[in-house]
Design a protein around this ligand. Structure first.
Ligand SMILES: NC(=O)c1ccc[n+]([C@@H]2O[C@H](COP(=O)([O-])OP(=O)(O)OC[C@H]3O[C@@H](n4cnc5c(N)ncnc54)[C@H](OP(=O)(O)O)[C@@H]3O)[C@@H](O)[C@H]2O)c1
Length: 343
C-alpha cells in the first residue's frame, strides 16, 4: 500500500530535492501532489521520469492526503501547519516555526527516532536547521561513548541554505564582479561573491545570531541539554554543501583513533580521513550525496579529552529533504501514517 503525499514548496530548492529523494528512497507513493504559491499554478516540476504540475496551496484539500512534506517559510508554516495537521495528514516541516515547540518532535532519525511516537500531538514533526542536522549526526555517537561537555563550532554555509534567491545572488554577482567590478549586494547583507560573511539570520540581544542560537537550542532538544555549545555561523560562496569545524571536549577519555572507529560504525556517517590530498571531503564532493562526511579527525592537545573534526554534508539533502523523507519512512515503519485523529 502506498500513501498520498503532498510536497508544499515544491518549486523551491528543498521541495525539488524532496521529490527526488522520495523516488531515490522508494518511499511508497500512490499519489503525489506538488504545491506552491498561486504564481506557480501549472509550473512543472520533475517527478520520476516525467513532470507534475504545481497546484495552489489555497485551493488544495489537505484532507485528501496522508502526509505533507513542507518547506516554505516560518511564517507560512505557523499559519498552515496546524490547519493541515488538523485536517488529518502528518506534516513534516522544514522551517524553524515548530522546532522548539514542546508538543512537536524535532527529529534526526539516526539520533532520536523514538520521539516520532508523540508526533500525533499536533500532527507536526519538525526537521532541524541544516547545520544542526549534520552536527548532531556526528555528536550523538561520540556523546554516547564519552559524554560531551563542550563543543565549539564554526560553520561554512553554502548560499543554497538561503533558498533560490541566495543561489541566484552568488551566480549573478560572480559574473558581474568578474566582468564589471564590485556589485551592490541585494539579498545578502554584503557581497557574497569572492567573500565570506560572518552573519546569518538576524542579530539577537547578546550579539549572537538566531542561526547560531538554533544550533545550540536544537542540539539540546535532540541530544542533551547539558552539552555546552558555542558557534559562529559564516556564509561562504559555495553553491551547495555546508562544512563545519567542530572542536569537542569530553567528560571521559576518548582519543582521535577511538572517535574515528565510533564514527565509522555510526549510521549515516562516512569517515574519509587520510593524510593525503584525497583524504578529506569538501562540499563539492558532498553535493548530491546522502551521507554526512567526517574528515580531519585529530586530538586536541589543549584539553584533557578533546578532538577536532571537519563535518560536511549536502544541506539540501541530509540538512533538509533527505532528513524529511527519512522521518516519513520512520513514521511509515512505526505505523503512524494514515491516522486521522489528533490527541
Ligand atoms: N535550503 C536549505 O538548506 C534548508 C535547510 C533546512 C531548512 N530549510 C528551510 O526550508 C524552507 C524552504 O527553503 P528553500 O531553500 O527550499 O526555499 P526556496 O528555494 O526559496 O523555496 C521556497 C518555496 O516556498 C514556496 N512558497 C513561498 N511562499 C509561498 C506561499 N505563500 N504559498 C505557497 N508556497 C509558497 C515557493 O513557491 P513559489 O515558487 O510559488 O514562490 C517555493 O516552492 C525554509 O523555511 C528554509 O529555512 C532550508
Amino acid at each position: 500500500m502506498g500513501y498520498r503525499v503532498a510536497v508544499v514548496g515544491a518549486t523551491g530548492n528543498v521541495g525539488r530535492e524532496m521529490l527526488n529523494i522520495l523516488e531515490e528512497l522508494e518511499f511508497p507513493v500512490d499519489k503525489i501532489h506538488a504545491i506552491a504559491s498561486r504564481k506557480s499554478i501549472g509550473v512543472e516540476v520533475g517527478w520520476k521520469d516525467g513532470v507534475i504540475k504545481c497546484e495552489d496551496v489555497a485551493q488544495f484539500d489537505f484532507s485528501t492526503v496522508d502526509i505533507v512534506l513542507m518547506s516554505v517559510s516560518g511564517a507560512f508554516s505557523r499559519e498552515w501547519a496546524p490547519k493541515i495537521g488538523r485536517a488529518g495528514p502528518l506534516v513534516i516541516d522544514n522551517s524553524s516555526a515548530w522546532r522548539m515547540d514542546p508538543d512537536v518532535p524535532l527529529i534526526v532519525p539516526e539520533v532520536n527516532p523514538d520521539d516520532i511516537e508523540w508526533a500525533h500531538r499536533k500532527n507536526i514533526v519538525a526537521n532541524p536547521n541544516c547545520s544542526t542536522a549534520q552536527l548532531v549526526m556526528a555528536l550523538k555517537p561520540l556523546h554516547d561513548a564519552a559524554t560531551i561537555k563542550r563543543v565549539v563550532v564554526s560553520t561554512y554555509q553554502s548560499v543554497s541554505g538561503a533558498g533560490k534567491a541566495g543561489m541566484d545572488e552568488l551566480w549573478n554577482q560572480t559574473k558581474q564582479v568578474f566582468v564589471l567590478g564590485p556589485s551592490e549586494p541585494d539579498f545578502f547583507p554584503k557581497q557574497i561573491a569572492f567573500n565570506v560573511i560572518p552573519f546569518i539570520g538576524k542579530f539577537l540581544d547578546d550579539g549572537y545570531t538566531d542561526e547560531e542560537a538554533k544550533m545550540w537550542n536544537e542540539t539540546h532538544k535532540m541530544v542533551d541539554p547539558e552539552i555546552k555549545l558555542t558557534v559562529t555561523c559564516v556564509r561562504v560562496p559555495v553553491m551547495v554543501g555546508h562544512s563545519e569545524s567542530v572542536n569537542i571536549e569530553f567528560e571521559h577519555p576518548l582519543d582521535a583513533d577511538e572517535a574515528r572507529e565510533i564514527l565509522r560504525d555510526a549510521p549515516g556517517i562516512l569517515v574519509i580521513d587520510k593524510r593525503e590530498s584525497d583524504g578529506y571531503i569538501t562540499p563539492k564532493e558532498a553535493q548530491g550525496e546522502h551521507a554526512v562526511f567526517v574528515s580531519r579527525i585529530r586530538n586536541d592537545p589543549t584539553v584533557e579529552n578533546g578532538v577536532n573534526l571537519w563535518v560536511v554534508a549536502d544541506n539540501l539533502r541530509k540538512g533538509a529533504a533527505l532528513n524529511a523523507v527519512q522521518i516519513a519512512q520512520l513514521a511509515h515503519e512505526r505505523g503512524l501514517l494514515g491516522r486521522k485523529v489528533l490527541a
